[in-house]
Design a binder for this molecule. Structure first.
Ligand code: PRP
Ligand code: URA
Length: 208
């Protein structure tokens, strides 16, 4: 199944804390970063390993290292930036590609305003990060952009997903796997996830 709800107790605990209506900007940022770390851990579980010999204190020793994986992390502006440091803690050599999309409040369609991709996307695993999968439009549009540039291994990390967004993502890109910290009930008339987090971008940036 392309969309996986991560069931680890730490993930479930932390996403619950994020839902507090009066959460501070500081706490929201901390939890978003921590969840980024945990989701990156889950989404990289199938990365291949190769053995190499190093000089250990006790003599030559065979160790395992991640092999043949170049990664680009792809935060969707703005809210995706809240997960970036946490994901880079786990993947410190990853390059970063940035996509700027703003959801039109009336149509709920994503409107692109910026993109900057690293080169040779055909050789890289892309880890798209965005806290919210609501209608799925922003995620689908980002995947379209990555595929148009030759990227073949695309994974998505989100904190809260609506069933509507999951269905849309699975229909548009059945080859893309997505890890989410929570699957919520539904979207309201304004396209907000219920119970959700509210506006994740505003909470991370302290706007509004
Ligand atoms: C939010 C969120 C996602 C998008 C999800 O961003 O961070 O990118 O909405 O909605 P969708 O699944 O219906 O496309 P928003 O456009 O509000 O921008 P922001 O991150 O700058 O606040
Ligand atoms: N974007 C958000 O930030 N929150 C939602 O619930 C939906 C879209």
């Amino acid at each position: 199944m392309p969309v996986v709800a991560v069931s680890h107790p730490l993930v479930r605990h932390k996403v619950g804390l994020l839902r507090e209506a009066d959460i501070s900007t500081k706490k929201f940022r901390e939890l978003t970063g921590e969840l980024g770390r945990l989701l990156a851990y889950e989404a990289t579980a199938d990365f291949p390993l190769a053995t190499t010999t190093i000089h250990c204190w006790s003599g030559p020793t065979e160790i395992e290292q991640i092999a043949g994986r170049k990664v680009t992390v792809v935060p969707i502006l703005r809210a995706g930036l809240g997960m970036l440091d946490g994901v880079l803690d786990m993947l410190p050599n990853a390059k970063v590609s940035v996509v700027g999309l703003a959801r039109n409040h009336e149509t709920l369609q994503p409107e692109p305003y910026f993109d900057r991709f690293v080169g040779q996307l055909g050789e890289r695993t892309a880890l798209i990060i965005d806290p919210m999968l609501a209608t799925g439009g922003s995620m689908i549009s980002t995947i379209d952009m990555l595929k148009a540039r030759g990227c073949r291994d695309i994974r998505a990390l989100v904190l809260v997903a609506a069933p509507e967004g999951i269905r849309a993502l699975e229909a548009a890109h059945p080859d893309v796997r997505c890890w989410t910290a929570a699957v919520d009930s539904h979207l309201d008339e304004q396209g907000y996830i219920i119970p959700g987090l509210g506006d994740a971008g505003d909470k991370i940036f302290g706007t509004k």
